[in-house]
Design a protein around this ligand. Structure first.
Ligand code: GLV
Ligand code: MN
Ligand code: MN
Length: 416
């Protein structure tokens, strides 16, 4: 693409990332969660950008935003490009949004230049990936891929509303959706995402391709003991749920520290009844364990489960261990990734680095439906899930060039 044109397109992408970054449920910080008012506003805004790029727009039963453009060949296969539009709390403006907005700008550019792709494209803005409102992630892509199950609908948010109730909404009706496509009708699923780590920066590269995504398991643990008077109950007679939870938090950290490639996080902790002069009766915490090898992740979980049971036994507590998410590691498609890597080398002075992703992505779920490939984009300081998340416009420009190049390359090789 010509220099001036790509610069203008990059400027458009930067402005849109900034505009979408202001669409929030919480004044002063970015937060958009499944089916919130801000998510509806985000769908309206991004839907308009999709229309401007010539795509036909709809929102499916789960709340996913879908922009479709037909190919020049009737009955041609479809290439999916996308990521999620929900965010964590106090989020940056690139995680998820980049993978939705960049393909829209790329397709808009091709349209402006009069290029018609032989295959159909769908840009997907998934309604939920982060697992913030409900304990389990990927509700959007699961709905799109026909992998949403009755058990997913039973998950409840902090207000006690279930996923099923939210999806039934005012109409009172919701059916578990079928997959949006048959696998054989798809060319693949490509997701652009910030790296969320420091590797590209350390290698002085704007972009890289992903070889696979680490597996992850999330668990909600509840330790229950007995409330009591903080002044009168001797230490030996207490059944303090928070003290048990605290022991578990440190055990999880120690377990993961023994293997430099394993990570374990306790990200939330709720204590009841929650008064400074009452012994905690209940502590609810979430555990998130990840590793690129499924066997290593499972072994760590088994060890942590045994440890939690021992803590409960020794402290006179009960333990409820509830797995809310369990996704094995996923490999990206060798063929699709090789094609993407050619575009990366063409736009990055012959250099392409392959990385594994420790973060979860919609590609995990989409891999059940289609071959997947991912483009990672360098982010400042490797920082993500943080308000200061930042991608330099120069790196956005390289990523945009790569995706335009990839679409044109795919047009020449795809069996449509
Ligand atoms: C999603 O960002 C995750 O990896 O938790
Ligand atoms: Mn993400
Ligand atoms: Mn994220």
């Amino acid at each position: 693409m010509k220099r001036g044109k790509i610069e203008a397109a990059t400027g458009r992408l930067v402005r849109r990332l900034n505009d979408l970054g202001r669409v929030t449920d919480q004044p002063g910080r970015l937060a958009r969660t499944f089916h919130s008012a801000a998510m509806r506003r985000a769908n309206t805004l991004v839907g308009q950008w999709m229309r401007d790029a010539g795509l036909k727009v709809k929102v499916d039963a789960v709340g996913n935003l879908i922009g479709r453009g037909e190919g020049s060949r009737p009955g041609a296969k479809t290439l999916l490009l996308g990521s999620h539009l929900d965010t964590v709390l106090d989020a940056g403006r690139f995680d998820g949004a980049l993978g939705v907005l960049l393909p829209i700008v790329a397709l808009g550019e091709l349209r402006r230049r009069g290029v018609q792709l032989p295959f159909a494209v769908e840009v997907l803005g998934f309604a939920e990936e982060e697992g913030v409102r409900f304990a389990s992630a990927y509700l959007g892509s699961k709905g799109y891929a026909g992998r949403l199950r009755a058990a997913d609908l039973g998950q409840r948010d902090a207000r006690g509303l279930s996923v099923g109730e939210v999806l039934r909404g005012a109409s009172g009706r919701f059916q578990l959706p079928k997959a949006a496509h048959r696998g054989r009708d798809l060319l693949g699923y490509v997701e652009v995402h910030i790296e969320q780590g420091p590797v590209l920066e350390s290698r002085k590269l704007s972009v890289g391709v992903v070889s696979g995504i680490a597996g992850q398991t999330r668990v909600r643990l509840t330790f229950r003991g007995r409330a009591g008077h903080a002044g009168t109950t001797p230490m030996s007679l207490r059944r303090d749920a928070l003290a048990g939870a605290a022991e578990f938090v440190l055990a999880a950290e120690a377990c993961a520290r023994r293997d430099p490639t394993l990570v374990a996080t306790v990200g939330t902790l709720l204590v009841s009844p929650g008064a400074s002069n009452v012994i905690p009766a209940e502590a609810v915490l979430t555990l998130d364990v990840r590793h690129a090898r499924d066997a290593t992740r499972r072994k760590a979980l088994q060890q942590l489960f045994s440890r939690a049971r021992r803590i409960a036994r020794e402290r006179g507590l009960t333990l409820d261990w509830r797995q809310t998410q369990d996704d094995d590691a996923v490999a990206c498609s060798r063929e699709l990734t090789a094609l993407l890597a050619r575009s990366v080398r063409a736009q990055q002075h012959g250099r392409c680095l392959e990385l594994t992703s420790g973060a979860g992505h919609d590609g995990v779920v989409m891999s059940a439906m289609a071959a997947i490939a991912m483009l990672f984009v360098r982010c400042r300081g490797g920082l993500s899930h943080h308000a200061d998340e930042y991608v330099a416009p120069a790196d956005l420009e390289v990523a945009l060039r790569v995706i335009v190049d990839f679409l044109e390359r795919l047009a020449t090789v795809a069996v449509t």
